[in-house]
Write a new protein. Structure first.
Length: 290
């Protein structure tokens, strides 16, 4: 299949990219890694009349440490995240999630910003961003704004980005000292998207009791979402196996599940419990070892 005809633009700055989006609005699409957009264009599910390629814009492919956060440019590839020593040391959950995305070709070309802006309900990174309490920086004609991950993913393939905005950076606060995170997923054998994926971040107090928890799930609903019942079941408890198992059983609560090609809704809810248990146990192990 071949895409419909389009006009190609290669802006050199973010301002130029924003100007092109403002001029062409719904007729324009951004191109970063291309692993989400180009297949849709070839199938003609997407037919933009203007393609705005952000790959030549400087500064979008950097990973840098700040005083209290790690900033990741939107053009940073999954492979760069996977191989970053800084991310592996400070945000191991993100490092291991990146290593599970697709195959080497996808990880070498696919980008952080492209994946998040596409908001596939079975993608890995949205759940990780929710668990890590990330902020996403958007640049538009009215300037720059930070969008909390909690408010970014709206529904199926839909985010809080305006049509004239460019996602430029992801800012992830550094977890506290006595905290640990982990990501676990059941992969689709062909696409390697998540049939279910669970990201968990657990913080312990000096007595080893859970003082804070953020748990997010992908692959089950129309978007990645927080597992608030699981979080509430953890806080104030000593995370032994029984407590973790009980909390994990609530991970799919509030998510509308349907039978699909991956299996019956009950089976997918069971998978969510299994992978939530695994993620929580590893997160607690890391918190205790920190």
């Amino acid at each position: 299949m071949y895409p419909a005809d389009f006009e190609y633009h290669a802006p050199a700055t973010l301002d130029e990219a924003v100007a092109l989006l403002s001029a062409h609005k719904d007729d324009a699409k951004l191109l970063a890694g291309g692993h989400s957009l180009l297949p849709m264009m070839k199938l003609r599910f997407a037919q933009p009349r203007h393609l705005v390629d952000v790959r030549r814009i400087p500064g979008l492919s950097e990973i840098r440490a700040e005083a209290d956060a790690i900033a990741i440019g939107a053009r940073v590839t999954h492979r760069m995240v996977e191989r970053s020593e800084l991310i592996a040391r400070r945000l191991p959950m993100l490092s291991e999630a990146a290593a599970m995305i697709g195959d080497p070709a996808v990880r070498n070309r696919g980008t952080m910003g492209g994946s998040l802006a596409h908001a596939d309900p079975a993608a890995d990174l949205p759940a990780v961003m929710l668990a890590l309490d990330a902020d996403l920086r958007a640049v538009g004609p009215k300037g720059t704004r930070l969008i909390p991950a909690e408010n970014f993913f709206l529904s199926l393939l839909t985010t809080a980005l305006e049509p004239t905005e460019v996602l430029s950076e992801v800012r992830i606060p550094l977890p506290s000292v006595r905290s640990g995170g982990a990501y676990e997923k059941r992969r689709h054998p062909a696409s390697r998207f998540a049939i279910v994926g669970v990201a968990a971040l657990v913080e312990l107090d000096a007595k080893g009791v859970v003082s804070a928890a953020r748990v997010a799930v992908t692959g089950l609903g129309s978007k990645a979402s927080r597992a608030t019942k699981t979080e509430q079941a953890l806080v104030g408890r000593k995370p032994d196996e029984a407590e973790l198992d009980a909390a994990a059983r609530q991970v799919a609560d509030g998510i509308e599940l349907h039978d699909d090609r991956q299996g019956p809704a009950a089976y997918r809810a069971h998978l969510a419990t299994v992978y939530a248990t695994r993620a929580l146990r590893r997160a607690v192990e890391r918190a205790r070892a920190s």
